[in-house]
Ligand binder design. Sequence first.
Ligand SMILES: O=P(O)(O)OC[C@H]1O[C@@H](O)[C@H](O)[C@@H](O)[C@@H]1O
Length: 273
Amino acid sequence: MQAGADVVLRNGAGDEARLSTQGAQLLSWQPAGEGEQLYLSPLSRPAPGVAVRGGVPVCFPQFSERGPLPKHGFVRTQEWQLLVPPVPHAPIAEARFQLDSSMPGPWDRAFCVVLVARLGARWLELELQAANTGRTPWSFTAALHTYLQVGDVRAVRIAGLRGLDYEDMVGGNTLRSETEPVLAIADETDRVYREAARAIDVTEPGRPPRHVTQQGFRDAVVWNPGPAKATRLGDMPADDWPRMLCIEAGAIAQPVELAPGKTWSGIQRIALA
Ligand SMILES: O=P(O)(O)OC[C@H]1O[C@@H](O)[C@H](O)[C@@H](O)[C@@H]1O
């Protein structure tokens, strides 16, 4: 069964992005004159309630398995409402999606989440807003789970993480400190870098460098399943692991507490050099 409707953003510079109303998930970003920037698994079969492997899934109100809800929360498999459709050829094309607790779901909190996608010339920004529309406080963790498309992850260099503490989920969940000025990926990597306020630069031969910044989100995740885990994912070709690299903006190590009537916002922006 078909899931979600496509929403296309086109700006005056000729850049294009495509999102789905299922999960308000960004699926494609193609700046004018450049190739596709996001990885989307050819084995992903969109269907109601099924997560799509690739693009930018929105993880809310739970990151990964750090709580009782389904992994990465439930909004990535829900149908969102397109609030403001994009205006074609504007200098910055924008679309706005919303999901709230008026529909019964697995989380008994009164909430409203909004995802704003903004497409500028050679940059793309996603903003996640969360509002407590009820009378009792609640807390959440969240992430914008960005799958960058890369030629070969083993040739990619990731700069900007040195000096940060990170939770190493591959190395038995230990807390370590990043000593490398530049990170290279050779095998499974699954790390939550804390207080990642600095820019992360992703460079590889034959592609313009990608400059990833974030606001509101305190943590950043670097994830690649590596060859062994990739064979167990089921919705991605096993030999595609070198073609993707997740650089995620997250509110993870310290859950965000939201009082009644309050709103939180977090942004991830990717710019091509
Ligand atoms: O397979 P999923 O549910 O989309 O999750 C993918 C990965 O998402 C990452 O954010 C997590 O750090 C990994 O631990 C996890 O495996």
